[in-house]
Write a protein that binds this ligand. Structure first.
Ligand SMILES: [Zn+2]
Length: 323
């Protein structure tokens, strides 16, 4: 446990794929603790929680805020619910995503969706086996209490206000303490990578539009310290927000420049991101993230009338003729 602000501790929890870790935060609240995010559901991670609950966190976790439904943040929610009897909080729309993600036929839905947008069958199959089905081993918590925008989570000297922001997922909960300018942002503002803005078989159909709106909200808060869901704590929130906007504007431009004729999102992703990750099977996760990221940008360009979407055997995209 690394104390990143007085009474707020960062936990770096192991993640078997992707970034290698995800962060959770525990906030001292009298004798008990408030937890923000739970880490990925794995034996390694649960061993860490088990040890902490015997030792530093023996006062008990009373409340758990789950920022969003991705498995590296929500994974241990059910396990922690049973181990601590804590109350679990999540935004309603995000809970619906969690339920959609835990449907019994989600593997089939993912497969069909990935293929429809151009991914080859073997890669789609690998994605489902390695990343979709394997993550359904952790059931949802038995009881999830709702969070509404403006709800206050007090802990020690802090009064964190909930903001519910879309983009990276439908309704990510950000906690902001106006007094200190501290913000628990989960995957909304990451320092070393751009948060994945992707289209999934379920949820928001215009995630990039939502993300741009969320960045404006965050810009208005005057955040002093960013406590992110991955990597270390940092202070340059507004600068990072500007970089992220530029990143997505650049990517939109690249997409428009690379979209010649009619292409699927997958073929366009190979053009935009280069072919290295598309040649090697071990990068199947990257392939999927690339395809879905391109897709969220295409949906944005379709919403502004810059590209046309054709639904045939697969979905194809084309630059819209000038009006
Ligand atoms: Zn995430």
């Amino acid at each position: 446990m690394l104390e990143v602000l007085p009474g707020i501790f960062q936990l770096r929890l192991p993640l078997a794929f992707g970034l290698g870790h995800s962060n959770a935060y525990v906030l001292r609240d009298g004798d008990a603790w408030l937890l923000y995010d739970c880490g990925y559901s794995s034996a390694d991670c649960q061993a860490i929680w088990h040890e902490l609950l015997q030792d530093e966190l023996r006062g008990g976790i009373a409340r758990i805020v789950v920022s969003h439904h991705h498995p590296d943040h929500m994974g241990n929610a059910r396990w922690l619910e049973q181990a601590t009897q804590a109350e679990i909080y999540m935004a309603d729309a995000e809970k619906h995503c969690a339920e959609a993600y835990h449907q019994s036929d989600i593997g089939g839905q993912f497969h069909a969706f990935l293929e429809k947008h151009g991914m080859d069958r073997a890669s789609a199959q690998q994605v489902v086996e390695q990343y979709v089905q394997s993550q359904l081993t952790s059931p949802l918590p038995e009881k999830i209490l709702p969070i509404k925008a403006g709800d206050i989570f007090a802990a020690g000297p802090y009064r964190f206000q909930a903001y519910i922001l879309g983009g990276h997922s439908d309704a990510q909960v950000i906690l902001f303490d106006a007094e200190t300018g501290a913000a628990l942002v989960s995957d909304h503002l990451l320092q070393f990578i751009t948060p994945n803005i992707a289209l999934w078989p379920y949820g928001d159909r215009k995630p990039l539009t939502s993300y741009f709106k969320s960045l404006e909200v965050l810009k208005g808060l005057n955040i002093q310290t960013v406590l992110p869901g991955h990597h270390k704590v940092y202070r340059t929130a507004d600068q990072r927000i500007e970089q992220l906007k530029v990143h997505h504007r650049d990517l939109l431009e690249k997409i428009e420049n690379s979209l010649m004729g009619k292409l699927s999102a997958f073929d366009l992703a190979a053009r935009v991101f280069g072919t290295t990750i598309f040649r090697e099977t071990r990068f199947v996760l990257h392939k999927m993230l690339a395809q879905q990221e391109i897709l969220s940008h295409l949906q944005y360009l379709a919403s502004t009338g810059q590209v046309l979407k054709h639904e045939e055997d697969r979905v194809y995209w084309q630059i819209a003729p000038l009006p």
